[in-house]
Structure formats: structure tokens, C-alpha cells
Design a protein around this ligand. Sequence first.
Ligand code: SF4
Length: 225
Amino acid sequence: MHRRKRYEGYQEWFHGSASGMCMRKHYFQHIAGVTPKPVGDDTLRLFRMGDLVHEDMQNAIRDYAENNGTSIFIEREIRIPEVNVRGFLDVIIVQDKTLYDIKTCNAWKWKQLFGRAPDPNPAENYFLQLGTYGWWYEIESGERLDKLALLYYKKDNSDMREKIISTSYIDGAKKYWRDVREKFKKGNPPIELGVAPVYSWECNPKYCNFWEVCGGGLKAKGDEL
Ligand code: SF4
């Protein structure tokens, strides 16, 4: 599978796509070498759907760039050795200094993002993911991006819209990953909401592939989920 092959042989690198998530997950997977629980068929189908949308949009952007002499990065591998992070960004339009990450979502999520009463406390892990890619661009080019945006595709009716986020998430990503580096000097950080896990929703057997080796996360600790 394409997704798996991208990470084969690089097990010790943290994943840029997991920016802003539970630090114990990084530790189990990339320091302790624990094999994550296999992903279920339902999740694989969602990944496949996401891959198809990515491919299609990236092809369209590539065609546009070729026809207009625009300089772009597409599906570009990034590495930040200082914090041991590796990943793949979706799209940078160089002349616009703009980074896009493509996401698919359902109508419920769309409403939370773009409805009349948007979620006042959105999960910031996607924002830090973009911040991580923006940090790489800064190292690579010596320039700071002007715009970071999530490009959403609504699966129910193929509607598309971008959500612009603050470029301050580049600094947020630096802080998050440097924090990971510092904490890991002392070993696997203890279970503590806000760090490990970062969000209570990620700490359950459905969203965490290390639930068993972790001993049941917040629930086992007696914290409310
Ligand atoms: S069970 Fe919870 S605390 Fe443990 S690795 Fe998973 S998300 Fe993190």
C-alpha cells in the first residue's frame, strides 16, 4: 500500500501528520518500536477515499501550474532533523507563499467548520501539522509562508472550501516538537491530559492503536473521558 511504503525504513522518525497529538503515541511507535494495532477495513476505506481526492486535486493543481509556469511543491517529502520529524506536505504554491493541506470531511464536520456557529474549540492538531510543514519550508527556503490553509472537500456533495489558519502555528509547531524532544529525554511521558493524550477523544481503542500497550490511557488512570 502506497501509504505504508512511504514510511518503511524510517520507523525512528516522528510523523509530521501526527503533529499536536498524544506524545505517548510517538514514544511507543518511534522510540520503543511497538508495532501499532493494525488499521481496520473501515478506516482503510476512508484512507482510500482520501487518497483519491488528494490525487485528483493534486493532478489538477499540477496541470494548472504547468500551463501557467507556476512553481509548486506537490506531495513533497519534508524532514526536520532538529526534532526528528518527517512527513509529506500536500501543496505549496511558491509564488503565493501558500501552503495547502487537503482534507475530506462529512456534512457534520463541515457545519462545525463553516456553519453559523463554528466550533469555538477546534482540535488544533491539523493546524500544527500545517505549522510543521511551514517550519520545514522556512528551513528549506529561508522564507516564511504568508498563508496556511486547509482545503476541505465535503464528501456528501463535493462542495469545497478553504479554511485559513494563522501562520503563528509555525511557531506552535516548533514549540510542540521541541517539547516532545525535551520530554523524551526523560523517557515516555506520564499520562496527562493536554500532553498524553492531548485530547480526550483520541484516547480510546478506536482512535489509539497503542491503547493496550499503554494500559488503557486516561480511563485506566481514572480520569474522565
Ligand atoms: S491510550 Fe491514550 S494516553 Fe495512551 S497512547 Fe493512546 S491516546 Fe495516548
